[in-house]
Design a protein around this ligand. Structure first.
Ligand SMILES: Cc1ncc(COP(=O)(O)O)c(C=O)c1O
Length: 436
């Protein structure tokens, strides 16, 4: 008999498990359930947000670097140790089985990952396709949007992700349409934001398409997406929604936002390996977004034709259910509340310091755990770069400068679930000492 490799050796990834007929992912999750954080039963998110002992326990699930106080977690997330274990094991399995697994076993495992993402976002599997990142999702939506022409206009804002502003501008230029740029205040409330968008809609009756960013990468500002989308719908304006930074930082279902199209990251706040994003298109909304060049979808029913990701990081996708399992074991609502609590610890104090200007929300609903600040009156790139350097070199606090807001440059501060309130106190102390 030829020595045929077993198709199901992928199920051995934990090393020696006898896995029956379950898929790799579900089996792995069952095996890990005992190793997930468990919030106390009788508590609410607001109370738990202040329970340092619980969050210290959560921090124990992460392998942290010593040295610097890292408050730059807006770039990408960190895998918790059980998620990282799964990823390493899946990488070994894929590297061992190669095409035999990829061609015979991967399809059903990938479908399970899609189903898990869809369930967590509150939609169906035929409304989700996995991508490599939110950029791939949003770029495809913008580039393949086909309902705009020379008499039309589109709109994007200064709070939008820079590359997506550029892609919207490219769409306007290549369709001979008008591009309208909305500059929002450095600090705004939900009602200010809704009013600013509604006013722009009324002033520009030719609008066909807008880009909305649920949570801005500049200062963590939350847009009232559902209300803006409702105003847009009433005027026949299409909405592309960038949820790259929001999923997991905020706790919501995509249906709460009332948009047809959205792009997500799992490698930020869901804590998957780097290289996993998602594209959502509501069932029945595919006709205005062409298939990827060369793909065909005559009935406009197959979301998978809107991307062509080709060979991807198999192991990263196999790890998606594990990442969602870990995220959900803490609880999306608990995570949102803890991160907002950590942000409030420093923004409340900073608001009372005359030499500091805090940027982001003007009411609680417009805030996330991420926010930005600068020294009052110092909004040039050079001034903010110098401030970032000073925080790092004089105070041991790592942050990042952001430059794209209309109001000028700022320092972005982003804690994680493993950040302690003591670390935030170090930031607050540094902010006080920046006065001299
Ligand atoms: C609001 C927003 N949109 C889009 C992106 C792009 O994400 P990615 O590079 O993972 O595609 C980011 C990344 O920071 C972001 O914050």
């Amino acid at each position: 008999m030829p020595n045929t490799p077993s198709l199901f050796s992928r199920r051995d990834i934990l090393g020696g498990l006898v896995l029956g007929t379950a898929t790799l992912t579900t089996t792995r999750l069952n095996a890990q359930n005992s190793a997930l954080p468990k919030p106390p039963e009788k508590t609410d998110a607001a109370r738990l947000a202040q329970d340092e002992a619980f969050w210290h326990e959560v921090a124990g699930y992460y392998d942290r670097a010593d040295g610097i106080v890292n408050l730059e977690h807006g770039y990408w997330g960190k895998m918790a140790k059980p998620v990282q274990d799964h990823y390493l094991a899946a990488t070994e399995m894929v590297n061992k089985q190669l095409s035999f697994y990829a061609r015979k076993g991967y399809g059903s495992d990938a479908r399970e990952a899609v189903a898990r993402v869809a369930r967590s976002l509150g939609v169906d599997s035929d409304e989700i396709v996995l991508t490599r990142n939110a950029t791939e999702s949003i770029h495809n939506l913008i580039r393949q949007y086909q309902s705009i022409g020379p008499d039309d206009a589109l709109l994007y804002a200064d709070v939008d992700y820079p590359s997506f502003q550029q892609t919207m501008q490219w769409l306007a230029d290549s369709s001979n349409a008008q591009a309208i740029v909305l500059n929002l205040p450095a600090r705004a409330s939900q009602s200010h934001l809704l009013e600013a968008y509604t006013r722009a809609f009324d002033a520009n009756p030719a609008l066909k398409l807008i880009l909305l960013t649920h949570v801005s990468n500049q200062h963590g500002l939350v847009l009232p997406v559902a209300q803006i989308a409702e105003q847009a719908r009433q005027r026949g304006i299409d909405v592309i929604c960038d949820n790259a930074q929001s999923w997991g930082l905020l706790d919501y279902k995509i249906t709460d936002l009332k948009v047809d199209w959205a792009g997500f990251n799992l490698h930020k706040w869901i804590g998957s390996p780097v290289g996993v994003g998602a594209l959502y298109m509501r069932r029945g909304s595919l006709d205005k977004i062409q298939p990827y060049p060369g793909e065909a979808d005559p009935d406009d029913t197959r979301i998978s034709t809107r991307v062509h990701t080709a060979t991807s990081n198999f192991a990263a996708i196999l790890t998606v259910p594990s990442a969602l399992d870990f995220h959900e074991s803490i609880g999306g609502n608990n995570k949102e509340a803890r991160l907002k609590y950590l942000r409030r610890l420093w923004t409340t104090e900073a608001d009372s310091m005359e030499h500091i200007e805090v940027l982001g929300g003007a009411d609680e609903a417009s805030w996330t755990g991420m926010a930005s600040f600068r020294l009052r009156g110092q909004n040039s790139a050079a001034q903010v770069n110098a401030l970032q350097k000073r925080l790092e070199q004089d105070f041991g606090i790592f942050t990042v400068a952001r430059y794209e807001l209309d109001s000028g440059a700022c320092i972005r501060v982003t804690p994680q679930v493993f950040t302690s309130s003591d670390e935030i106190a170090q930031l607050t102390d540094a902010l006080k000492r920046l006065k001299v």
